[in-house]
Design a protein around this ligand. Structure first.
Ligand SMILES: Cc1ncc(COP(=O)(O)O)c(C=O)c1O
Length: 392
């Protein structure tokens, strides 16, 4: 194929450049260090003149190969793959924000990120202000506070709210604020925020990118200019990806496009069926026309994803019984793997939060988050209906 942009499905398998010689699969460079013939070569590499790898905490060929593939998928100049999603977030933030500066964040973000923002950043003199997902753009535009960085997730966890990416980009640009998205729930198949103007796109690659619940990994993508600060912070913070995990990540990404097709299909199928069941109070899924942000989701997403939440007509005890009665849906946190998972936010990611506060976040004690896998959809439906029959 020449003179034509490659489709994301092709990029997932082959990246931007088809191999012309050597191994058909990226070799695992399981080494901490690299050998040079002489001091001049070593110096050229240390100074970044030769492009040779020096030390795996700085860069590694296996990791570089998967970084190039992710850049092609996201439409960015550069990507850094790190040992976890949290390593990606912390390196990006520490690389761009210094003491005395402020971050504006949507209030609907992953719990680990909230803890990073509330516990670690203030120790470094960085303050984070939170705002409701629907208020993010207005706050950015109206605020007299100068924000260095604006951070948000879309779709959000666990209520699958959608934030208008383009509107955040416009507001951030108008105020000179760096925009950063946690795009984990979307995956680069369903949304490509950099192409809408977002400066830094982050994923917990532990989830859809890896896809098999067998690695912990994170990615951060952006322009070369934006990524230079991220790379120098990451080099010192040390959340380095292991080359074998990079190999598994690359292997996972090869099937990302087909997996996402099935995740998207299965979740929509279940959401539509469950919405009609009287034992379920509410279904949160951005692909339902009843969803509050359906129009925005349709505008900026190519698929609505494999995550959905259901609110049962029950209490916490009944909800726990429901999850315990599931057979195919595994009782586990995390998401984005080929196997379906179920978890109760009130007992896991949002444990210990007051019921009133949970309500303000649109989360009930009876909310169950489903990470819909790629199994046969009618089997998954049957599993959910049987558990409802047993418990609600
Ligand atoms: C949306 C989101 N962002 C970030 C993270 C953190 O990623 P990791 O566990 O790979 O560090 C998670 C983990 O669950 C997540 O769900």
């Amino acid at each position: 194929m020449r003179n034509k942009e490659r489709h994301p499905s092709t990029l997932c398998v082959q990246g931007k450049h088809t191999l012309k010689s050597g191994p058909a699969v990226v070799p695992i460079a399981q080494t901490s260090t690299f050998v040079f013939e002489n001091q001049q070569q070593m110096l050229d590499s240390v100074q970044g003149k030769s492009g040779e790898h020096v030390y795996t905490r700085w860069s590694n060929p296996t990791t570089k190969s998967v970084e190039e593939k992710i850049s092609a998928l996201e439409g960015t100049e550069d990507t850094h793959v790190l040992a976890s999603g949290m390593a990606a977030i912390s390196s990006a933030v520490m690389g761009h924000v210094k003491g005395g500066e402020r971050i504006l964040s949507s209030d609907s973000i992953y719990g680990g990120t909230v803890q990073l923002f509330n516990k670690i950043l203030p120790q470094n003199g960085i303050q984070v202000d939170y705002v409701d997902t629907d208020q993010l753009v207005d706050r950015l535009t109206d605020s007299s506070d100068a924000y260095k960085l604006c951070f948000f997730e879309t779709p959000t966890n666990p209520t699958l709210k959608i934030i208008d990416i383009k509107k955040v980009v416009d507001a951030a640009r108008a105020t000179g604020t760096i925009s950063m998205i946690d795009s984990t729930f979307g995956s680069p198949i369903n949304q490509r925020p950099h192409m809408l103007g977002i400066d830094l796109v982050m994923h917990s690659a532990t989830k859809y990118l890896g896809g098999h619940s067998d690695i912990i990994a994170g990615t951060i993508s952006g322009s070369n200019e934006m990524m230079a600060n991220v790379r120098s912070a990451a080099k010192l913070l040390g959340g380095t990806m292991d080359p074998f995990a990079s190999f598994l990540l690359d292997r996972g990404i090869k099937t990302l496009s087909v997996r996402m097709e099935r995740h998207n299909f299965n979740a929509k199928y279940l959401a539509e069926k469950l919405e009609k069941d009287s034992r379920i109070r509410k279904v949160h899924y951005p692909g339902l026309s009843s969803h509050q942000h359906y129009d925005v989701a349709r505008k900026q997403m190519d698929g609505f994803g494999g995550m959905l939440s259901i609110e049962l007509e029950s209490d916490l005890a009944g909800t726990s019984k429901f999850v315990d009665s599931l057979d195919l849906f595994l009782n586990a946190v995390s998401l984005g793997g080929v196997e379906s998972l179920a978890s109760i936010p009130a007992l896991t990611t949002h444990y210990g939060i007051d019921e009133k506060v949970l309500r303000e976040m649109d989360i009930a004690e009876s909310t169950v988050r489903l990470s819909v896998g790629i199994e046969e959809p009618s089997d998954l439906l049957q599993d959910l209906l049987s558990a409802l029959d047993d418990t609600v």
